[in-house]
Design a protein. Structure first.
Length: 256
């Protein structure tokens, strides 16, 4: 019998901020028999030799298999949050997960995994940012860009909001613990953005978790107000992001 740590336990061993022991998750080969153990969730599945690695001295499912399992088995929000963390840390590329899904089309939860891959955003910097983004997307609002650098008309850097709707020049920020620690600097940044003509909405964990309908309503109202023209631009020197904005503008026309 060859057991490997899997699921969130494996994710923690790979360096993701996931609970490793609630419960400890282990995968055994198909057909294996073992008695139930308190605090341990046992799954049975084929895990190939290429999907087994050693992390921190323990046998563990590979990064790709770990994220594939999380994407198939966790809720959509949890799955996307795990993928966001892994992609942000550059532990893998989404193409590797797509290949895994194509190679295992009959595994349970494949449709959820594919959906999670579509929704994943490598630029996301926290789980609550993932939750805020998914709250907007699942409410059928356009998908915002993430971590776009914004400049004023002179080409001076103004800020990098968590999310941005370029057609409406609407920036959205999630205010977590880091915001409270850097309140003065964040307020200056907000003043610069508003002064340059951008619109800005800020939300906290309480907003996202306890008043999601209000969050969606505020963003929807801001988007329905129509395009806003700031006294600012995204300079040519940020070529990659500028191209991304242009693509977003094209796609947004089909969302109307």
């Amino acid at each position: 019998m060859t057991a490997v740590f899997s699921g969130r336990t494996a994710g923690w061993l790979h360096g993701l901020e996931l609970p490793p022991c609630d419960p400890v998750e282990v995968t055994l080969p198909l057909g294996s028999h073992t008695s139930r153990l308190a605090g341990i969730a046992v799954r049975r599945s084929d895990v190939s030799a290429t999907e087994r690695v050693t992390r921190r001295g323990y046998p563990t499912t590979s990064v790709v298999r770990t994220l594939a399992d999380l994407g198939r088995r966790r809720t959509l929000v949890e799955a996307v949050a795990a993928l966001d963390m892994a992609l942000h840390k550059r532990l893998l590329k989404s193409a590797a997960l797509r290949s895994w899904a194509c190679a295992h089309p009959r595994y349970p939860g494949i449709a959820r995994l594919r959906r999670a891959i579509e929704l994943a955003e490598p630029a996301t910097e926290s789980v609550m940012e993932t939750r805020l983004r998914l709250l907007l997307v699942t409410a059928r609002l356009p998908r915002p860009l993430a971590q776009v650098r914004l400049y004023d008309e002179a080409g001076d850097f103004l800020g990098r909001p968590d999310f941005y709707y370029p057609l409406h020049h609407l920036a959205i920020e999630y205010d977590g613990a880091q915001h409270r620690e850097n309140l003065r600097g964040d307020n200056r940044r907000q003043n610069r953005l508003v002064g340059a003509g951008y619109r800005l909405l800020r939300f906290t964990a309480a907003d996202v978790l306890s008043a999601p309908d209000s969050v969606v309503a505020l963003v929807r109202r801001a988007l329905s107000a129509g395009p806003n023209q700031p006294r600012a631009s995204i300079p040519a020197r940020s070529g990659h992001r500028r191209g991304q904005v242009k693509l977003w503008l094209v796609l947004s026309r089909f969302d109307k």
